[in-house]
Design a protein around this ligand. Structure first.
Ligand code: HPA
Length: 278
């Protein structure tokens, strides 16, 4: 769905919104995006309504097997939330506008805070497989951007500021929660590339040199779109493999999913602890 005009976008968004509206009056403030292998946080949710992406007009449909492709409305840690179980990746062939379409619909449905998770490769040699990292900044190397094209001034400004994409207050809160629960959590920079292949040793060396702590294939489009709309953002990465150029081992998706599964309880505890305190 390339965004031809602001009117076309609004029509499509409003159709999707109307479909959801017809099923629930809930207006959850918190939008959760559950990344690769990280969908189990939904099990902690008291789910009131589940909608398949495939049923929502104009919603893209998730093609990755490890992503369920469902929107869940309900309660988590005492807060009304909507969770995206499954997200859209650039490597699947979606446009940037398609990738962020759900965020734009759910913002209109009341979400003003984005809690986002992902699986990533660790570049920082202090990080280990199965660790988690609070994202305090990002580098967009996707080669594309969801804000390219006509700007809907009602969504946000043409030239949005990116001096604090990850909300300082939420970073502090997450640090407090991790400390209280005795969870080891790093803090660093997430760099997004298109994928779908993992990177070469030379690429990992380069990415580390330019200031990235981890590398992945998601999150940045959604965060850019959320910041554009003035939403608060908290992002947590799970390190599923170690991308150290001088000691690189081959990685298969099964290893990624296994490490995501190992780390998921930590991520869930931090997200729930933050929600409780908000
Ligand atoms: N690159 C390297 N390793 C990874 C990635 C990636 O994009 N995602 C998960 N592990």
């Amino acid at each position: 769905m390339p965004l031809d005009s602001v009117e076309e976008f609004r029509d499509k968004r409003d159709q999707a919104l109307q479909y959801i509206q017809d099923q629930t009056d809930l207006r959850p403030n918190y939008l959760l995006i559950l990344g690769t292998g990280l969908g189990h946080l939904a099990d902690e949710m008291d789910v009131e309504l589940s909608i398949s992406y495939a049923d929502i007009p104009n919603f893209p449909v998730s093609t990755v097997e490890s992503h369920a492709g469902k929107l869940l409305f309900g309660t988590l840690a005492g807060k009304q939330v909507v969770a995206m179980q499954g997200r859209f990746h650039y490597y699947e062939g979606y446009t940037m506008q398609e990738i962020v379409f759900p965020i734009r619909v759910l913002k209109e449905k009341g979400a003003d805070t984005l809690l986002v998770s992902n699986a990533c490769g660790g570049l920082n040699t202090n990080y280990r497989r199965g660790d988690i990292m609070l994202i305090n900044d990002h580098i967009n190397m996707l080669g594309d951007n969801p804000l390219i094209g006509p700007n809907d001034d009602e969504l946000g400004p043409r030239f949005p500021d990116m001096s604090e994409p990850y909300t300082e207050r939420l970073l502090e809160l997450a640090e407090t929660v991790a400390l209280e629960k005795g969870i080891k959590m790093h803090q660093g920079v997430y760099l997004a590339l298109s994928g779908p292949m993992l990177e070469t040793k030379a690429e990992y060396r380069f990415l580390g040199m330019i200031g990235a702590d981890v590398v992945g294939m998601s999150t940045v489009p959604e965060v850019i779109s959320a910041v554009h709309m003035g939403m608060d953002v908290l992002g947590i990465s799970v390190i599923t493999d170690e991308c150290f150029p001088d000691a690189l081992e081959p990685v298969v998706i099964e290893d990624v999913l296994e490490a995501a599964g190992m780390a998921e309880p930590k991520l869930s505890q931090v997200f729930m602890g933050v929600l409780e305190r908000l």
